[in-house]
Design a protein around this ligand. Sequence first.
Ligand SMILES: O=P(O)(O)OC[C@H]1O[C@](O)(CO)[C@@H](O)[C@@H]1O
Length: 613
Amino acid sequence: MASLSGLFSSSLKPSKTLSVKALSAPPTRGGDSFSFPHTSKPTHLPLTLSASRSDISHTDAATAAKKELIKDPDALWKRYLDWLYQQKDLGLYLDVSRVGFTDEFVVDMEHRFKAAFKAMDELEKGSIANPDEGRMVGHYWLRNSNLVPKPTLKTLIENTLDSICSFADDIIAGKIKPPSSPRFTQILSVGIGGSALGPQFVAEALAPDNPPLKIRFIDNTDPAGIDHQIAQLGPELASTLVIVISKSGGTPETRNGLLEVQKAFREAGLNFAKQGVAITQENSLLDNTARIEGWLARFPMYDWVGGRTSVMSAVGLLPAALQGIDIREMLSGAAIMDEATRTTSLKNNPAALLAMCWYWASDGVGSKDMVILPYKDSLLLFSRYLQQLVMESLGKEFDLDGNTVNQGLTVYGNKGSTDQHAYIQQLREGVPNFFATFIEVLRDRPPGHDWELEPGVTCGDYLFGMLQGTRSALYANGRESISVTIEEVTPRSVGAIIALYERAVGLYASLVNINAYHQPGVEAGKKAAAEVLALQKRVLSVLNEASCKDPVEPLTLDEIADRCHAPEEIEMIYKIIAHMSANDRVLIAEGSCGSPRSVKVYLGECNVDDMYA
Ligand SMILES: O=P(O)(O)OC[C@H]1O[C@](O)(CO)[C@@H](O)[C@@H]1O
């Protein structure tokens, strides 16, 4: 067998054929493989070969090794103790013992991590870590402003934090109030992606039962969803603080949400500007709108903080503070984790351990999905939050050298034990195309509230039992898992786990040599959406012209496509017409929607000035 360390030193670039695990034991999709690959050196654990379904002897060997492993609690306990990571100040533990990496793999990864740690160090010192966009990457500075490469940024970070705290205090105390109510009671947050997911996760995890202001979100351009949020506010719209969040200040979904909310304010006879707050980059479209219209407040976003890592900027901190969440504690938890994940000792760096396990489990090419299972209702949205953080960061077509790599790591999950009654059946027995991450919270309830619903057993004991049972059952069937344990869900621990995963994503991106901080793929969808809307305007213009004739000239789809000079877009034109007709727009479509060729279309009213042109 080729020397793995030799291969790593000769090529730092990942590739499907050069991944360590692939070399040790090629992944056998659909085969009855057990997770631990064969290597030539002894390791802590019994080893086996991967096997294809047709390879009966390998399958038997795998099954035998699996049974042997399960029967060897001493070896497992030793591995658990060897690898258990603990961050005492945070009360956070990381257990990677149920991931089957070998000693050789760790040695090889230690080499590879040298480059990753160096890149991270340079990033923190202000290198252009996002080369495509020519930007620094500074979310770590938000929780330790002493790290900033320029003194002006330190002042900016500190002043912003102070102004967030005092604005939130004044709103909660009723010193700043809406024109027609004694105080603000609700927050309506309008934003999408990183401008929503962090605030949503933090609210779900940390908002008290009766927060000073309750929060709801518009995070889409779905008109029915927007109507629902506004309807739920009802007369409390008059005491709603609307926070419009957009780093770029030009995201169409967010702009639409804003316009819809402003319309609702107008219809209710309310002055939006007196209740509107913008969080955005200086001089963005949103910033200029808010300034010109004289909104209640504006808070800055920075070009060196990405949307998906913005939860500890004003984006996440302002909504959190308004809900009575201790944001300085969140920042402090993140800062402690940042410090803990700066160490270049792999075994003592929880983010590096996570990145190493992801690499192992998914062959460094995303061959397995990451299932996030928090056993705590309040952490429900963690998987959704991580979906953007991980997938928008790691899902990349090209590496930093321009090679096509189609990297990524799929994330999904919900919460335990709820999922036990949904998809865990497949995880245990179905396609072995994932690894799990259990998020365990030791404290079940606030002190003094627990009771035994059976002698010696509480409700929380059941939750604990379900987590441990699922972890064991998955492992017994060759499914790998990581466990992250925190003592309690607090602002500090939430800040810490966010920081933990941010750093793990950054390190993993270095391991696979990609830019984690841009998202060129999203632009393609945005551009295509804009083209659809432009085509819709052309269709309307063509129809308007035909409908202004006397008599009106109904057009077939072919005729519309021809007159739009877009015959290749006929399917899209059909969809545009079907959508508009379903929404009672000015357009009249005759014929059967089921047979597009029979459809003839004209407008119910003709506009001589052709406002669509
Ligand atoms: O905060 P913005 O600029 O409105 O962007 C929202 C989201 O859209 C994206 O740019 C993707 O389109 C995300 O990266 C970002 O979090």
